[in-house]
Design a protein around this ligand. Structure first.
Ligand code: COS
Length: 379
């Protein structure tokens, strides 16, 4: 067993760390306050190859492994989880799904530009009444011969208004239940497709989360991914990889908060010495560091299994379950270590605490991860 990162991994980590400091940190508090999508920053992330990290170079990607992806996600999420969720969705839900299951024409038409970050994508599974219970899709894709007609509403869609390409999951054959679901590639601007209201959120406020409405949206059959009825399996397989991205995001939020708390505790004095030299604080730091290291190992293990083409569904669910819990625990402690300063925006930790919560909810709640893990154990 080798725990060493390669030179290439270290270079990706360093590049992501520098990018986060120079490009994401300036303005991050303001973007959170004003709910502003980091448009320019995401464009630069595309130019640096962060938007299609694992996509083969022939399709415009960086051709890197999932371990590199985890390292980059951690570094970017330490500073700006709104930018990193745009990256995560584009990389693991949209690009990976298209590269793995799309046909050559779909890859040429959509994947190349998505992987280069020239455009970004969205993944549309959740509905007003189908979040965790994802097989209960109410959005329909009626088979009209050479095209489908999509009708319905999607909710909580990350990159909702900034995306150009949307992977929409919809029911074609209700009698076949989840075996009748399809995934269709929908383009922004197709008649009948409306981007609905933007959600005013607790955290990741720079990320644009929208509902989407579809009324008789005509989508050519060539935009279906895979065979008729493959859509639900497509969504599940894609989410397994997405969960590695969100686990790494949670890890980054935790380690970002921890680094700020560590620094603060070495500067702030109380009762005649730095607070880090009080055991009450030192023990908190010890607990935080240990949990973060455990979360990191779970994230890297899930990425390693994916890179080795082994089954990673169980490992990615464990990584997401644990890392998101660590993100909540560590950010709360980081605020506590900062005392009153932790409660104000300038010190960043209150934002990280707010951002942490969503990692226990999206791309499968913690309860869903426990379903995936327990089914794996018991099968
Ligand atoms: N990986 C791959 N395939 C999976 C899977 C996973 N983690 N979980 C379920 N599947 C497959 C099953 O193998 C089954 O396919 P087949 O019939 O071809 O064998 C199909 O999906 C349906 O599974 P199941 O019968 O277990 O359906 P259930 O409704 O009991 O449970 C869960 C499915 C709860 C696991 C699923 O609905 C889920 O993951 N929900 C959360 C969705 C989510 O993450 N939403 C967030 C929105 S995206 S931001």
């Amino acid at each position: 067993m080798n725990f060493e990162l390669t030179e290439e991994h270290l270079a990706v980590q360093k590049a992501a760390r520098e990018f986060a400091q120079t490009e994401l940190l300036p303005g991050v508090i303001d973007r959170d306050e004003t709910q502003t999508f980091p448009t320019e920053q995401v464009k630069k992330m595309g130019e640096l190859g962060f938007m299609g990290m694992m996509v083969d170079q022939q399709y415009g990607g960086s051709g890197m492994d999932a371990v590199s992806y985890v390292l980059a996600m951690e570094e970017l999420s330490k500073i700006d989880a709104s930018a990193s969720v745009a990256m995560s969705v584009n990389n693991s839900l949209v690009c990976w799904g298209l590269e793995m299951y799309g046909n050559e024409a779909q890859k040429q038409k959509y994947l190349i530009r998505l992987a280069k970050g020239e455009i970004i994508g969205a993944f549309c599974l959740s509905e007003p009444e189908a979040g965790s219970d994802a097989t209960s899709q109410q959005t329909t894709a009626q088979d009209m011969g050479d095209h489908y007609l999509i009708n319905g509403t999607k909710n909580w869609i990350t990159n909702g208004s900034s995306a150009s390409v949307y992977l929409v999951i919809a029911q074609t054959h209700p009698e076949k239940k989840h075996k009748g679901i399809n995934c269709l590639i929908v383009e922004r601007g197709m008649p009948g497709f409306i981007v609905g209201k933007k959600e005013n959120k607790l955290g990741i406020r720079g990320s644009d989360t929208h509902s989407l409405m579809f009324t008789d949206v005509k989508v050519p059959k060539e935009n279906r991914i895979g065979e008729d009825g493959f859509g639900f399996n497509f969504a599940m397989n894609t989410l397994n990889g997405g969960r590695i991205g969100i686990a790494a995001q949670a890890l980054g939020i935790a380690s970002g908060a921890y680094e700020l708390a560590l620094q603060y505790s070495k500067e702030r004095k109380a009762f005649g010495k730095e607070i880090s030299r009080h055991q009450a604080i030192a023990f908190k730091l010890a607990d935080m560091a240990t949990k973060i290291e455990a979360a990191r190992l779970l994230c890297l293990q899930a990425a390693y299994l994916k890179d080795a083409h082994k089954d990673f569904a169980h490992a990615s669910a464990m990584a997401k379950l644990f890392a998101s819990q660590v993100a909540m625990e560590v950010t709360v402690e980081a605020v506590q270590i900062h005392g009153g300063y932790g409660f104000v925006k300038e010190f960043h930790v209150e934002r990280l605490m707010r951002d942490a919560k969503i990692t226990q909810i999206y791309e499968g709640t913690s309860e869903i991860q426990k379903i995936v893990i327990s089914r794996g154990i018991l099968k």
